[in-house]
Design a protein around this ligand. Structure first.
Ligand code: UGA
Length: 443
């Protein structure tokens, strides 16, 4: 059926869960967001976004005032719910490559207990990124209380989270065979009626395939970035220009232009941890060799950060100790304040460790940076970071840095040397303005 309103609970109100909850309420469903963190719940309930995401504060405000979205720390408030979305994190386990599944396991156990007590039928929908085989392991716990488990991976990008949730490229359901699977599918179709009406493709698969769609997609994206960064290494040795190379190979639409931006590489809460967890899971499956290349993907990615540190050592030489280094950008990418595995923060921290006087600026991530990396000095405005700098490192391609006037910037710094960690500046223009320009894989 189309257009049925569904009572929904979203378990875990981090990035994924908070956005998902607000979007589902926006579609007209009745949604309760549940999280163990009282601070996060209080913020969301008051309409304050706990992270930087364009369009999210407005959406949250709208959903709250519609009365269709509430937040709680008490799962009991979800007792009358038909669909439970699992949106809890699966972070990398400390000292290991594997994913920590304890939050997913706990969430499934709590939801199963609640469903058992309510005596109603329910659909439990896993959205968290998990190692292949997890849904098959959890399904019996869900089925034991008369509910059905669907694995429905999420493909949203930070910075475009609202758009990607409301208008994804595709929707994937990993389902059990038979009557129960068909009945559960009908209920999830009601949840996504708006998307289905707009002809967004919905693919139904078994559990393992659905789980793999997510990890395979992220592995492919990570591989594409590391491929072009490996080419950047070759360009550095041969005087070739990786940005021209990427443009030229990208014109073959079998290759495509996207995700061929060479620079300091990928970071964030997803690509790095997902390729590591995939390697760990493949090893458990005895398929060490199948995704062995992902280790190389990870290594290439980390080498690009080393390259920036080496370039800084080369240009500053003895003067590195005490040199003032302006790092433009802290977030792992623009339109985000996420610092998880951020190449920018890694580079800033390492240069500081070598004795440089590092100052970091970022239009969105400074509050988080102060909390998580209090030892790094920060400047609210880019001009203040640039003032008297001996070296400038562009680490996150926020628009305001990309469009910066090299003549104005040259007047602020002590020595006009820039490392363009994202290959987004025009080298000829910066050189004309008196700068020593150093790109990654670019002469
Ligand atoms: C990624 C995927 O793109 C989403 O499809 C997926 O749903 C999400 O992970 C997830 O698993 O939840 P996200 O981490 O938000 O999304 O960021 P991306 O836009 O993929 O960028 C990842 C990193 O790659 C950034 O650090 C970015 O600077 C870097 N990157 C991206 C490059 O270095 N070069 C490129 O050409 C593209």
């Amino acid at each position: 059926g189309y257009g049925v309103l569904v009572r929904i609970a979203v378990i875990g109100c981090g990035y994924l869960g908070a956005v998902h909850a607000a979007c589902m309420a926006d579609l007209g469903h009745d949604v309760v967001g549940v999280d163990l963190d009282p601070g996060r719940i209080a913020a969301l309930a008051a309409g304050r976004a706990p992270f930087h995401e364009p369009g999210f504060p407005e959406l949250l405000g709208r959903a709250l005032s519609s009365g269709r979205l509430t937040f709680t720390t008490d799962l009991e408030e979800a007792a009358r719910v038909r669909v439970f979305f699992l949106c809890v994190g699966t972070p990398q386990l400390p000292g290991s490559n594997a994913a920590d599944l304890s939050f997913v396991d706990d969430a499934v156990r709590s939801v199963a207990a609640l469903v058992a007590a309510s005596g109603r039928t329910a659909v439990v929908v896993g959205k968290s990124t998990v190692p292949v085989g997890t849904a098959a392991r959890l399904a019996p716990l869900v089925e034991a209380v008369g509910a059905t488990l669907i694995w429905n991976p999420e493909f949203l990008r930070e910075g475009y989270a609202v758009r990607d949730t409301l208008t994804p490229n595709r929707i994937v359901y990993g389902l059990p065979d038979g009557e129960d699977g068909a009945a559960a599918q009908e209920i999830l179709d009601d949840v996504y009626a708006d998307q289905l009406r707009r002809q967004i493709p919905r693919l139904t698969t078994d559990y393992a395939t659905a789980e793999l769609v997510k990890v395979a997609a992220n592995s492919f994206l990570a591989t594409k970035i590391s491929f072009i960064n490996a080419m950047a290494e070759i360009c550095e040795l041969t005087g070739a220009d990786v940005t021209q190379l990427a443009g030229a190979i990208g014109m073959d639409d079998r290759i495509g232009k996207k995700f061929l931006q060479a620079g300091i590489g990928f970071g964030g809460g997803c690509l790095p941890k997902d390729i590591r967890a995939f390697t760990a899971r493949a090893e458990e499956l005895g398929a060490h060799e199948s995704v062995g290349f992902l280790r190389e993907v990870d290594k290439i990615n980390l080498r690009r950060r080393d390259r920036v540190v080496d370039l800084a050592k080369q240009v500053l030489g003895e003067r590195l100790v005490g040199a003032r280094v302006a790092v433009l950008g802290a977030a792992f990418k623009p339109h985000s304040d996420d610092l998880r595995d951020s190449p920018a923060v890694d580079i800033a921290t390492r240069l500081q460790g070598l004795g440089a006087d590092v100052v970091v600026t970022d239009p969105a991530a400074l509050p988080l940076l102060a909390r998580l990396h209090p030892a790094l000095s920060q400047a609210e405005q880019a001009e203040d970071a640039l003032r008297d700098a001996d070296l400038v490192v562009l680490a996150t391609e926020w628009r305001e840095y990309v469009v910066m006037d090299p003549y104005d910037a040259a007047e602020l710094v002590r020595t006009p040397v820039v490392i363009d960690g994202r290959n987004v500046l025009n080298p000829a223009r910066w050189r004309r303005a008196g700068w020593t320009y150093l790109g990654l894989g670019r002469p």
